[in-house]
Ligand binder design. Structure first.
Ligand SMILES: [Zn+2]
Length: 290
């Protein structure tokens, strides 16, 4: 997005936007070798900080990890949907905004919408986002970094209803964007799972069809299942990010992922603090398809 940009980055991004004639947010490289990004998903922040589910208090969880994320000094952070507890109420977004402040004061934060978000309430709370694309009734952003381009999609259909859908206009925009932009390694982020369950991304097969001719799309990041996994489709990496708020079963970790992206691939280090802790600290390295 970035939801709460530091002043200097806001100014720079607007200048870059004006110069390029396209709404893009540019992030500078920390080192010449890689782009460092914090990946969060499914924070599920309620207005009521005491709200709990399966023994987890989502507000406490986010409050706990924000200092870790700040300390890691990423160049940007992504929240892969379901920022809000269930319905995306204005009070949920006020609470998450407050909890994110120690990070958002230093680091651009991009967020995309999940099935427990509310598009208007989100935009009312955080305002027009840097990198936002002109797609009617959708919140889609593009972020350029020296090594990868992030395209953050919007699969929200209706708040508090499980399935996701990109829809024809967003798919058409994506198809045209991928065809007309440079062949920078591209990572797509979307909230919903990509399987054939009734609560997944219902037009996932159409998404895969439209990605097929674009070999420069290297990975899809997603959340929704509150599980952590790496799978692939036609050598396109599918990375399921763990939830910050709570897991759905004890086999899954609760936490965030510290990621490094290069032109050749990426590495993901799990920072788990709840649920299954066996993979905490483990780094998974993946190479981009050629
Ligand atoms: Zn969720």
């Amino acid at each position: 997005m970035p939801i709460l940009l530091p002043e200097s980055i806001t100014r720079r991004s607007f200048l870059a936007t004006a110069a390029a004639g396209a709404p893009l947010l540019s992030i500078q490289a920390q080192t010449a070798a890689e782009t460092h990004w914090a990946l969060l998903s499914d924070t599920h922040i309620p207005a009521d900080t005491a709200n709990a589910y399966r023994g987890f208090k989502p507000s406490e969880n986010l409050q706990r990890i924000i200092p870790e994320v700040v300390e890691a000094k990423p160049q940007g952070a992504l929240i892969c949907g379901d920022l809000a507890r269930l319905e995306g109420l204005p009070g949920d977004y006020q609470q998450i905004k407050t909890l994110l402040e120690p990070l958002s004061a230093r680091t651009p934060i991009a967020a995309l919408l999940g099935n427990h978000d509310h598009r208007k309430n989100f935009l009312d709370a955080f305002g027009q986002q840097a990198g936002a694309q002109a797609i009617k009734n959708r919140h889609v952003t593009v972020i350029e970094t020296p090594h990868v381009r992030f395209i953050n999609l919007d699969s929200l259909v209706q708040p508090n209803s499980t399935p996701g859908f990109l829809g024809k206009a967003q798919r058409q925009w994506l198809s045209e964007y991928l065809a007309s932009s440079s062949k920078t390694p591209t990572v797509i982020a979307v909230h919903h799972t990509l399987d054939d369950n009734d609560g997944a991304l219902l037009d996932a097969p159409r998404l895969f069809d439209l990605l097929a001719p674009h070999g420069h799309v290297k990975a899809i990041l997603y959340g929704h299942s509150h599980a952590y996994s790496f799978t692939s489709w036609d050598r396109l990496w599918l990375v399921n990010l763990p939830a910050v708020g709570y897991n759905f079963n004890d086999r899954e970790p609760v936490g965030w992922v510290d990621a490094q992206f290069t032109a050749e691939g990426a590495s993901f280090t799990l920072r788990a603090f709840g649920g299954n802790l066996s993979g905490n600290g483990k780094t998974t390295r993946i190479s981009w398809r050629g």
